[in-house]
Design a protein around this ligand. Structure first.
Ligand SMILES: *Cc1c(COP(=O)(O)O)cnc(C)c1O
Length: 391
């Protein structure tokens, strides 16, 4: 026998009569079962037990349970990103020959998946303005199985006709998938209203600190849930425990961050509207928003934290604005605890032609602002300086 101490065998975790207040982080990829019979029980659902990290782990389950409570469902699945949630849903539920009717202003990568990637597997899509339900209905073919929509479009903040879309999905027997990232369950209770599948990019408002990339899928039908879960595990889209732990930590303050950011957004929409460098403000809470009445009925006063505006002028004014506001992060994201600015013409929508952008109302002076939780006076100061510079 070697005289060296054994450092290979794991040490038993110390027990304690007092209990940790914070959720433990469990990084183990592998779990040891007592016997093959016990493993049978785990795999066949007679006993709860983890087996292998890609198939599930406690930190993902804790996080899923919290978002389940927000949406009012159960059995949500955590994925490694918002896009992997979209991927697992579409590849899990659809087969070659199937057709999707999707919103035409979805998240850019969702659009790309539908127009450039899924066709390689024989799944086709038609993209339609989701404020126009007759046009969505006209796009349905005998092969259509699923509709994918977001309630608030990016970056012009148009509001989909969700009542009409919900009715259409029901009448035509289509799976209704709602990407509820922008609205969150506080702005739009997608699952409670009857969506078949709800998706979140947890990366955004839910986790809220721009330090994890995660997604979430909640499916009503157990067969849908199983198909999405298996696709997630097979394609290896599952998340790391650390990211789940971080997102859980962020979620404890989601309620406060949401309220604060939303109140700031209402005040900032007014400041933008009052400033003479600004040509148009797009904010669903304003009576001059094209979908204000629909937003009022759907969002129940929860107008959200997103405000867009068009500057008078073009690229020169846009450059002047970001340069004069170094503390307002010019970064292509949303839902961070701090305010972030996005300029679609140079980022999310740069792949479009100028005519294509013009058709959506995206000029060189167009900014989408994700308002954060800073003290309002600070935001008012920084944006006034920035807008003055863009005059
Ligand atoms: C960001 C985003 C996604 C993608 O999420 P990731 O976590 O970045 O993969 C999907 N849908 C919407 C609406 C988003 O804003």
């Amino acid at each position: 026998m070697s005289k060296r101490p054994n450092l290979v065998r794991r040490t038993v975790f110390p027990s304690s009569v007092s209990r940790a207040v914070v959720t433990p982080l469990q990084p183990s990829v592998v779990y040891s079962s007592p016997s093959p019979d016990a493993l049978d029980d785990q795999y066949e659902g007679r006993a709860k037990g983890y087996t292998y990290g890609r198939e599930g782990h406690p930190n993902a389950d804790v996080l899923a349970g919290m978002i389940d409570r927000l949406e009012g469902g159960e059995g949500g699945i955590i994925t490694g990103s918002g896009m992997s949630a979209v991927t697992a849903t579409l590849l899990g539920l659809l087969s070659a020959g199937d057709h999707i009717v999707g919103g035409n202003q979805l998240y850019g990568r969702s659009l790309r998946m539908m127009t450039q990637d899924l066709p390689r597997w024989g799944i086709t899509s038609t993209l339609v303005d989701p404020t126009d339900v007759p046009a969505m209905e006209a796009a349905i073919t005998p092969a259509t199985r699923l509709m994918l929509v977001e309630v608030v479009s990016n970056p012009t903040l148009r509001i989909a006709d969700m009542e009409g879309i919900e009715r259409l999905a029901k009448d035509r027997g289509l799976i209704l998938v709602i990407d509820n990232t922008f609205t969150t369950p506080y702005g739009f209770p997608a699952y409670a209203r009857g969506a078949d599948v709800v998706i979140h990019s947890v990366t955004k408002l839910l986790a809220g600190h721009s330090d994890v990339t995660l997604g979430y899928v909640l499916a009503r039908d157990p067969d849908h849930r199983k198909a999405i879960y298996d696709t997630n595990v097979t394609l290896g889209l599952t998340p790391s425990p650390w990211d789940c732990w971080m997102a859980e930590r962020g979620l404890y303050t989601f309620d406060m961050r949401f309220e604060r950011a939303q109140a700031n957004a209402a005040a900032m929409a007014q400041l933008f509207a009052d400033h003479d460098a600004v040509e148009t403000v797009l904010y669903p809470g304003r009576s001059d928003h094209p979908d204000h009445n629909r937003a009022g009925a759907l969002l129940d006063g929860q107008w959200g934290n997103m405000v867009s505006f068009r500057l008078k002028g073009g690229r020169a004014q846009a450059n002047a604005l970001t340069k004069a506001a170094p503390n307002l992060a010019f970064a292509p994201t949303l839902g961070d605890v701090g305010t972030t600015l996005s300029h679609p013409a140079s980022s999310s929508h740069r792949g479009l032609t100028p005519e294509g952008r013009a058709a959506l109302g995206i000029t060189e002076g167009f900014f989408r602002v994700s308002i954060g939780c800073e003290p309002l006076e600070l935001l008012q100061h920084d944006f006034t300086v920035a807008l003055d510079a863009a005059r």
